[in-house]
Write a protein that binds this ligand. Structure first.
Ligand SMILES: *Cc1c(COP(=O)(O)O)cnc(C)c1O
Length: 380
């Protein structure tokens, strides 16, 4: 009898489109090199931008806390899973962001679902950049609010969208650094438009924290527009090198999330040792200016070298330096050829990016050395 669910057709279609996803089994810790199938590769696709995921102090903090507190948190934050490590990290993250409060989430995906659902619903409207991260798009769709997308990084397009909605609350949501393009949102323009239209601005700075700003405070700190961004979200699995996410804002915002945000309430708290490890990495993020300086130097070297070779780069000043390829099959083939030459670089294809914009998403890290960058440019 045929199965009532035909899963084969969609899987086959995905294969034919050269969009089939496969997971690699990584045999090395996060860092400069990956080991896949026993082969050593230079890793140019990790989000561990500052090289903290395997930092000895971060690992030691994790071990110490696990020795004291075990592994699992045992419950959600509202029941009995909220440890003093979680609490201390929230206080440190709030101070880091210059906000009264911060709230930890188990993942960035959940933080985005949580915030959007808690702030808008039926009768309201949410406005999103076309290139926002999938979790923001999903959060907007799941909220039940009217869902509008504006042209990428385009404050005029946002203005006309906002003007067309006259009732309910309005929430504007943008990536700070766009995760697949590496460019930075025009935050002060967006904030001015929000101000005119009585909308709230939420910034997801998953890729800006740690990397941008003199202390790693991200794009909001770098552009000095703290006052105009009432909802600031960041993740801990990228520059911080650990796991989880946070939202920073006013006391009322955080209390609203604690009371009403379902993806916050109905899930187990992060392991306390992850919070302890993040306290150690936050210290490195703030104090280790040399990591950001090295990263900036590597970014400049990559861009200069690639431009000399005639590559067309995207307008990115961040560690995300994609090479636009276009066709899915070609992007996949190039990624494979680079693998054979000893480089791990993923081919990012639709639906993660728009049709016809498959790319090699190259990411740089303070864990790289200048000769790694030079070898990459030669290989490209
Ligand atoms: C990675 C990422 C997230 C999701 O964070 P996780 O903690 O990995 O779930 C959200 N937003 C952006 C922009 C991201 O790049």
């Amino acid at each position: 009898m045929p199965s009532p669910f035909d899963l084969t057709a969609a899987l086959n279609e995905r294969r034919q489109q050269h969009r089939y996803r496969q997971r690699l089994e990584q045999q090395a810790p996060a860092g400069r090199e990956a080991i896949i199938n026993g082969c050593r590769l230079l890793n140019f696709c990790s989000n561990d931008y500052l090289g903290l995921a395997n930092h000895p102090q971060v690992v030691a903090a994790f071990k110490r806390a696990a020795d004291q507190f075990g592994v699992g948190s045992g419950a959600s934050h509202l029941v009995c899973g909220h440890s003093h490590y979680h609490h201390a990290l929230e206080e440190q993250l709030a101070a880091f962001c210059g906000r009264p409060r911060a709230l930890l989430f188990s993942t960035g995906y959940m933080a985005n679902l949580a915030v959007i659902q808690a702030l808008v619903g039926k009768g309201d409207a949410v406005f999103e950049d076309r290139l926002n991260h999938a979790s923001l798009i999903d959060g907007g769709l799941a909220s039940g609010a009217r869902f509008r997308r504006y042209r990428h990084a385009d404050a005029d397009s946002l203005t006309s969208q906002l003007a067309s909605v006259t009732t309910g609350r309005k929430l504007v949501v943008t990536d700070g650094v766009f995760s697949m393009d590496g460019d930075i949102a025009p935050l002060s323009q967006l904030a001015a438009v929000c101000d005119q239209h009585r909308a709230w601005l939420m910034v997801d700075d998953a890729h800006g924290f740690g990397v941008l700003g003199s202390q790693g405070g991200g794009c909001v700190a770098a552009q000095n527009i703290q006052q105009q961004v009432p909802v600031l979200m960041g993740t801990l699995g990228k520059s911080f090198g650990t796991f989880g996410a946070f939202v920073a804002g006013s006391d009322e915002l955080i209390e609203t999330l604690i009371q009403f945000a379902r993806p916050y309430i109905y899930t187990t708290a992060l392991p306390p040792a992850v919070a302890a490890a993040t306290l150690a990495s936050l210290e490195r993020v703030q104090q280790d200016h040399f990591r950001r300086e090295k990263l900036d130097m590597l970014i400049a070297r990559f861009r200069q070298g690639a431009e000399q070779k005639g590559f067309k780069l995207m307008p990115s000043s961040t560690p995300i330096q994609p090479l636009l390829i276009g066709e899915d099959e070609q992007a996949l083939r190039l990624s494979q050829q680079l693998r054979e030459k000893g480089f791990l670089i993923s081919a990012i294809r639709p639906p993660t990016v728009p049709e016809g914009t498959a790319r090699l998403r190259i990411t740089l890290s303070a864990a790289h050395e200048t000769e790694d960058i030079d070898r990459l440019i030669e290989a490209l």
